[in-house]
Write a protein of this length. Structure first.
Length: 370
């Protein structure tokens, strides 16, 4: 379903008739905080969600969180509230929505949620777990200023350190895990803490508009690291529609590395939906005037890049009932990427490598439906 194309209105849980604004998640949160018993449970779930974003909880902690979630069922407005897509406080509203649905947003691994599996693998590997915790803290900590914004520079630095020091079999598994449902896609989208690393910093409860893509590139060109990373991306992800791989350089592995290299710079890209192939920068071409075409070229490097789109095949090593992630640098992975591109299909190679296709299946939606 393409919810973004639907008209915005509030409906009842049954979808039959409009309901009052009391079903708005922001108002539901305010009502909860005014009641001491609800407030305690809600703050506990906030803590649970924050911890789960870093690393999957242990059995005891998870049970305590689920008990709080069940106890909060009595506060009906939080259970039926929705959010309005595109509103000024959409992110805050969505945070409320998913906080009270902790049990649904942290489902156990059943073989289909590879993003949760990747998070668990990272947590079990000390270097990955500690460096991931480091960047999550850096990106979520709010500065002691009146605008309550994050320190984006520290966030980007911590993200780059994570990607530079953690083996790609762990870091790339987090970034490029395949998803087939909304919950998995949302977890993957939040991997880089986009509220700080990707989107424009929040000003209090209101979010500034997207910057112009040309301005973003201009800022990048003044920074030697960003300028170099962006040039590397342009070189290795240059599209070639007539090429089997879709890439001018015939190396999808190098394109993935170049794409990941942009994370932690002002040109940081991210998923813009639950689709595995819909990525973009946080920018717009509004107000570009006679430079509109040049601005569109920057956007299309991510949105309509056949090389980058084909790179979002995910390759795994199959060993009995266990899935562990291949090192994306290995020559066999590059060979398989090339092989799959030549054949145009997903085949088994030596019964060890396979690629996943991606289908979107909307299970839950926090947005209002008409």
């Amino acid at each position: 379903c393409h919810l973004s194309h639907r008209r915005r209105m509030t409906v009842s849980p049954s979808g039959s008739a409009p309901v009052s604004a009391s079903f708005d998640c922001l108002l539901a949160e305010q009502g909860c905080i005014q009641q001491q018993s609800c407030k305690v449970l809600y703050h506990l779930l906030e803590y649970c969600s924050a911890e789960e974003a870093i690393s999957p909880l242990g059995p005891d902690a998870r049970n305590e969180c689920l008990e709080a979630q069940n106890s909060l069922q009595r506060h009906r407005p939080l259970q039926v509230c929705k959010c309005q897509r595109g509103s000024r406080r959409e992110e805050h509203c969505l945070r409320v929505y998913w906080t009270v649905r902790f049990g649904a947003s942290s489902v156990s691994v059943d073989g289909h949620n590879q993003c949760l599996k990747a998070a668990q693998d990272c947590g079990l590997f000390e270097k990955c777990g500690s460096l991931r915790s480091e960047y999550v803290v850096a990106c979520t900590k709010r500065a002691a200023t009146s605008d309550n914004s994050c320190n984006r520079q520290k966030c980007h630095r911590a993200l780059r350190r994570f990607l530079e020091r953690v083996p790609e079999e762990y870091s790339f598994a987090l970034l490029f895990c395949p998803c087939s449902d909304t919950l998995c896609g949302e977890r993957r989208r939040k991997t880089i803490v986009p509220s700080c690393s990707y989107e424009e910093n929040a000003k209090g409860e209101e979010r500034a508009g997207k910057p112009n893509c040309l301005s973003l590139q201009n800022y990048c060109s003044r920074d030697e690291l960003c300028r170099s990373r962006f040039a590397d991306f342009q070189h290795n992800c240059q599209p070639a529609p007539l090429s089997a791989s879709g890439c001018m350089r015939e190396s999808r592995a190098m394109c993935l590395k170049a794409y990941a290299g942009l994370i932690g710079t002002i040109m940081t890209p991210n998923y813009v939906s639950n689709s595995s192939t819909e990525v973009s920068q946080w920018c717009t071409c509004d107000g570009s005037g006679n430079e509109w075409q040049g601005c569109q070229r920057i956007l299309h490097m991510f949105k309509n890049n056949i090389c980058l789109r084909k790179c979002h095949l995910v390759v795994f090593w199959f060993d009995g009932d266990h899935l562990s992630h291949f090192n994306i640098n290995s020559s066999i992975v590059q060979a398989v990427f090339f092989f799959l591109g030549k054949r145009g299909i997903c085949n088994t190679v030596h019964r060890s490598v396979f690629c996943d296709t991606f289908e979107e299946d909307v299970l839950l939606s926090p947005w209002e439906f008409p």
